[in-house]
Ligand binder design. Structure first.
Ligand code: CA
Length: 223
């Protein structure tokens, strides 16, 4: 469960936030001041909902302090102010988003989801299988840190197989998944692409398994 730190001095609002986040499947961690919030920062925290107007250290100061400590946890500021200058201040001090009070729980959850997705999609775009690393975002593949050039279709096949590591897919299933726009592709085409991928995997070609009647699968269990 993704932990979200709520730094808010208004108790009612903090409890409503906590309740809504918990209901949406997150694990809320509450703090009533920036000082308390700083003390509750730990590796599991994925996002901070940070009130701007706080007694003692304010939200901007807390954000600046975190960023100066190279803490990259995304921050959404919660504030009653909506003046443009404040919004700019927020982004300058390291905000990922900004939400003005009063807000609905639907709006809050949509922003939380969007910021989490944006902040952590980098990790989601990397896939590993033994020495093979695939970066879906940049469409690059590396074998033991050396970049391997795959054609577009070879890359698509490899990406699909690595996303479903250990599962077999028949040629027909691969065509359905990867050639939706070209239903005339034959099973032989798949075999040719697979042969090219194997050749490029070189020493590690056995990671790409073929099993009669089941199809193809990528695995690191054979290594
Ligand atoms: Ca406040």
């Amino acid at each position: 469960m993704e932990e979200i730190l709520i730094v808010e001095d208004e108790r009612d609002l903090r409890e409503i936030l906590s309740f809504n986040l918990e209901r949406a499947g997150y694990k809320p961690v509450e703090a009533n001041s920036a000082e308390q919030g700083m003390a509750k920062i730990k590796p599991g925290i994925k996002l901070i909902l940070l009130d701007v107007m706080l007694p003692g250290m304010n939200g901007y100061q807390m954000a600046e302090r975190l960023r100066s400590q190279a803490c990259k946890i995304p921050i959404i500021f919660l504030t009653a102010r909506s003046a443009e200058e404040d919004v700019l201040n927020g982004f300058r001090s390291g905000a990922d988003d900004y939400i003005s009070k009063p807000f609905s729980s639907a709006e809050l959850l949509a922003r939380v989801k969007a910021v989490l997705k944006r902040s952590y999609s980098e990790e989601e775009s990397l896939y590993y299988c033994g020495p093979l690393k695939i970066d879906a975002k940049s469409a690059k593949a590396f074998l033991a840190e050396d970049e391997i050039l795959f054609s577009r279709k070879e890359f698509d096949i490899l990406l699909f197989l690595i996303k479903h590591k250990g599962t077999y897919f028949t040629r027909g299933e691969l065509i359905k998944e990867l050639w939706a726009e070209a239903p005339y592709v034959t099973e032989r085409t798949i075999d040719v692409h697979i042969a090219h991928i194997r050749a490029k995997l070189g020493l590690y070609k056995d990671m790409l398994l073929s099993r009669c009647g089941f199809g193809y699968s990528l695995t690191d269990r054979c290594l």
